[in-house]
Ligand binder design. Structure first.
Ligand code: ADP
Ligand code: GLC
Length: 473
């Protein structure tokens, strides 16, 4: 048994803002059959505290100006450590943002507290349980490898980059409070353009770095995608690998999904489509019903979709969108004046399932996409993905080309460059394909047969953990 402590700022189904939560929530069960015992350390947000119930107090201490407890217990089938520090985590509004949509000003300290506790657990302070390896996710866990090395804790660490756009920037004058040495406040250390980056602290100190697709691993080392950290990543090229995300098939399987009218073949989508149209108030139409389930941010390229939509609508296609984020994009979709466009602004897990089941195609026009999960749900539900050729989208969709169509292996469409024009062309191609029912249903069957579960990637993580723990002796 390899014991692994997973350190994450969100974890489905307990608390989720994006795909990181899905991954952190799915890994423990995917790894268990491979001899990995994974426990997850989470901040004690209200949702986590109520799911945990009483828990078991394993430590009490002072932490960034307040008293804190470390609890252990199970919730939603996950083996958890929870940092109960009400002055840091017992807040209304978002887990990262306040009610005005601004970062909580003490985010660096909130997540440094989580990292401090992770390093202490790895250092053996609990006695009863200590990990052989720590797996850290994104900037919020970036200080874990830093603290481990600073304190000479001989436990190896892996840092997974889910999204390099978030770097955990902190003004230099907070270095002391965060336990960062003055000697590290430079370009070879944790400094990023005059500030401290918690992500960079992890990138330079973790024993191994991963990201969530092979293509994004390559892209990250370029100036175009590295967001200023490409040089750091090129320097660590030998320790960087891309391991594709899977999806949790217990949650996302059309034949056993309690949120939808279950189906095993594409034919079963018809009833779901009728219901989805009704739910969104969309009329019957000739063209494909396209869906989007997304954060509405620059990354996701949905401004390009606004420009390209006429290519779909002119052919009798439809759009149903579920998302929230940028107020300008929210308003643009909510107020789009066309009978074949409908938007729900908000976050709704159950509706996202119904959209996967009822849609003909899912649109993911991201400018960059480390992995992307919704195109994987789309494949699994026979909802053909139309994706930008980038990151994990490039690694998971087999685009319809003359060659792949002749071989009957295509599962979706890819477009490049990532512009409104190229997206318009892809939407026109989608409408052409939709008029060829035999080809369309072949693509749906290919999509549904495409492997999207965790098995191969869980094996890759388990092999990585084994290598690192062996090297650490
Ligand atoms: P990212 O993590 O960059 O947001 P991913 O595609 O990896 O992108 O993961 C997004 C996850 O969040 C998916 O599980 C998706 O279904 C979910 N999601 C995004 N927006 C919404 C929403 N408005 N309602 C429900 N689920 C959403
Ligand atoms: C990030 C990325 C997304 C990825 C997810 C889980 O939020 O934007 O592409 O799928 O993390 O790894």
């Amino acid at each position: 048994m390899t014991k692994v402590l997973s350190v994450a700022s969100e974890c489905a189904p307990l608390v989720k803002t994006g795909g990181l939560a899905d991954v952190a929530g799915a890994l423990p069960a995917a790894l268990a059959p491979l001899g990995v015992e994974m426990r997850t350390l989470l901040p004690g947000y209200p949702a986590v505290m109520s799911a945990l119930g009483a828990g078991h107090v394993v430590a009490s201490f002072d932490c960034f100006g307040g008293s804190a407890r470390l609890l252990s217990g199970m919730a939603a089938g996950l083996d958890l450590f929870v940092l109960d520090a009400p002055h840091l985590f017992d807040r209304d509004a978002g887990i990262y943002l306040n009610a005005d949509g601004q970062d909580w000003p003490d985010n660096p300290e909130r997540f440094a507290a989580m990292c401090r506790v992770a390093a202490d657990i790895a250092g053996g302070t609990l006695g009863e349980w200590a990990p052989d390896l720590v797996h850290c996710h994104d900037w919020q866990a970036g200080l874990v490898p830093y603290y481990l090395k600073r304190d000479a804790v001989p436990v190896p660490s892996v840092l997974t980059i889910h999204n390099i756009a978030f770097q955990g920037l902190v003004p230099m004058d907070r270095a002391g409070a965060l336990g960062i040495a003055i000697a590290d406040l430079n370009r070879d250390g944790v400094e990023y353009w005059g500030q401290i980056s918690a992500l960079k602290a992890g990138l330079i100190r973790a024993d191994h770095l991963t990201t969530v697709s092979p293509t994004y691993a390559r892209e990250l080392m370029t100036a175009e995608f590295g967001m200023g950290l490409d040089g750091v990543l090129r320097a660590r090229r030998a320790d960087l690998s891309g391991i594709l995300n899977g999806i949790d098939l217990d949650v996302w399987s059309p034949s056993a999904d309690a949120h939808v009218r279950p189906y095993k073949t594409p034919r079963g989508k018809v009833a779901n489509k009728v219901a989805l149209r009704e739910e969104f108030g969309l009329p019957g139409a000739e063209g494909p019903l396209c869906v989007v389930v997304s954060r509405l941010t620059e990354q996701k390229g949905l401004d390009l979709l606004l420009e390209a939509l006429p290519a779909l609508l002119d052919r009798g296609g439809q759009l149903a969108l579920l998302g929230s984020g940028d107020p300008g994009l929210e308003a643009a979709f909510a107020n789009y004046d066309h009978p074949n466009v409908a938007a729900r602004i908000g976050y709704d897990e159950a509706l996202s399932h119904r959209m996967m089941a009822g849609g003909d195609a899912i649109l993911v026009p991201s400018r960059f996409e480390p992995c992307g999960l919704t195109q994987l749900y789309g494949l699994q539900y026979g909802t053909l993905p139309v994706v930008a050729l980038t990151g994990g989208l490039a690694d998971t969709v087999i685009p319809a080309t003359p060659a792949t169509m002749a071989k009957e292996v295509a599962t979706g469409l890819q477009f490049h460059p990532i512009t409104a024009d190229a997206l318009s062309n892809a939407l026109a191609q989608l409408c052409d394909l939709f008029e060829r029912p035999k080809m369309w249903s072949k693509m749906q069957r290919n999509a549904m047969a495409h492997p999207v579960g965790w098995a191969p990637s869980a094996a890759a993580y388990a092999a990585l953990y084994a290598d690192l723990t062996k090297a650490a002796g």
